[in-house]
Design a protein around this ligand. Structure first.
Ligand code: ADE
Length: 418
């Protein structure tokens, strides 16, 4: 295999953890079973740029069972689980290029290594692979049938490309499936972000003030889980409807310039840059902790933090303590990168099960519709979304009611009123 991983000796540990995750991924297992029989991806080369985790290992395994040849690199320099990368390389016949903590140069060398496999389908999480392909390797674009994108930030970038007329092939927005963003973004980010903050700091959240910047699906999840741990939660927003929703949910809502003075823990989940800046750092309490759960490390202004600091030390594995001239200490987790994947294990497998079943089925859909889709961003077909929900309920042994014939008729009629 042509792999660049930290240590192949970690493969056995990775294998066991991948197997453990598989036990939580019943929907993906059913997709894999069918793929193995029908081989819908026979002859397809998939270039995947994803977080290299136990859940992703199960996804690439399902794609391979469907007949695809897969090459995989990391979608974030800090999110790779090195034992998993080793196990995928060692057992799966999949070329993996991912090392936790890789520098920027290595990160892009790894994406280029995946592109060297000349993929017909791209699978991206954040759109770095698609962006590089369109900027630097345009000669390969005509070989690509289509792609999928996992996350909100990636979709925003792809829509910007489409608006500029720059996007050259069809890409399915997996993030927009209901069975993805209503669950992964909310319950996945909610749990894994709190998990990461606790693993990194071992702080007691009860009674503390947690400031959540951004109240999209991910922010909703983080706020709700922080409240569940007994924190007083303050939400900051720029969108009046989301702010209103947070207020009626019972959270404090205020501008960050005010929240900055009272927060103990800050979590950014906005998808935008410079959310926590110098003016906020200048008024934060001694001991404040900052974590980012948005895709890129641009939400907390690290340059401003460095500029204000007179000293810096790594006080725990994922905690950098910045000492300011006035004696205050501010703490940044995981260098401002996606905290839930850097300092914990990302979303639990049971929720990635739905996201990755959508991924696998969307790849199949793209391949089936080869030549029929013009360049652009496409939603996950409603049948796929519905199938994933039905299978997940079955995996969870939950039954639901059905409409009677009379109820269906009532919903179709307009004559009956008061
Ligand atoms: N994104 C968030 N959590 C993840 C996980 N566990 N695996 C892959 N991608 C993720």
């Amino acid at each position: 295999m042509d792999c660049d991983v930290k240590d192949l000796g970690l493969a056995e540990k990775g294998r066991e953890r991948i197997e453990w995750a598989a036990g939580e991924m019943g929907v993906l297992a059913l997709v894999r079973e069918r793929f193995e029989k029908e081989r819908p991806l026979e002859g397809i080369r998939i270039g995947a740029c994803m977080h290299v985790t136990t859940e992703t290992a199960n996804l690439v395994d399902a794609l391979k069972a469907g007949g695809a040849e897969v090459a995989l690199c990391a979608s974030n320099p800090l999110s790779t689980q090195d034992d998993v990368a080793a196990a995928i390389c060692d057992q799966s016949g999949i070329d993996v290029y991912a090392i936790k903590g890789e520098d920027n140069e290595t990160y892009y060398r790894h994406i280029n290594a995946v592109l060297d496999h000349r993929p017909n389908v791209t699978m991206d999480d954040g759109a770095d692979l698609v962006s590089l392909l369109h900027r630097e390797r345009q000669d390969q674009l005509q070989e690509v049938i289509g792609g999928t994108e996992e996350t909100t930030t990636g979709i925003i970038r792809l829509r910007a490309m489409a608006n500029d007329g720059a996007l050259k092939y069809p890409i399915v927005s997996v993030n927009d499936a209901d069975t993805k963003h209503l669950f992964d973004n909310r319950f996945g980010t909610g749990q894994s972000t709190i998990d990461a903050i606790m693993r990194a700091t071992n702080l007691l959240l009860a009674g503390r003030t947690v400031v959540v910047c951004g109240y999209g699906m991910c922010g909703r999840g983080v706020a709700s889980r922080a409240r569940g741990m007994g924190a007083k939660v303050v939400v900051t927003e720029v969108d009046p409807i989301r702010a209103l929703e947070a207020a009626m949910e019972g959270y404090g809502v205020m501008p960050l310039r005010d929240a900055a003075r009272i927060g103990d823990v800050f979590v950014t989940v906005t998808g935008d840059r410079g959310v926590i800046g110098r003016e906020h750092l200048e008024v934060m309490r001694d001991g404040a902790v900052m974590a980012n759960a948005g895709h890129f490390d641009v939400e907390i202004d690290k340059a401003a933090l460095e500029g204000l600091a007179s000293g810096k030390r790594r006080i725990r594995e994922f905690v950098d303590e910045y000492r300011l001239a006035d004696g205050r200490r501010l703490h940044l987790l995981a260098e401002g990168r996606l905290v839930n994947l850097a300092a914990a294990e990302g979303h639990p497998a049971a929720v990635m099960d739905m996201s990755f079943a959508n991924q696998a089925l969307s790849v199949e859909w793209v391949v089936k519709n080869r030549g029929l889709l013009s360049p652009g961003v496409y939603p996950v077909p409603a049948e796929i979304d519905g199938e994933v929900a039905t299978l997940k309920l079955r995996a969870m042994r939950i039954e639901i009611d059905e409409l009677t014939a009379e109820q269906q008729e009532y919903l179709r009629s307009w004559q009956q009123g008061t």
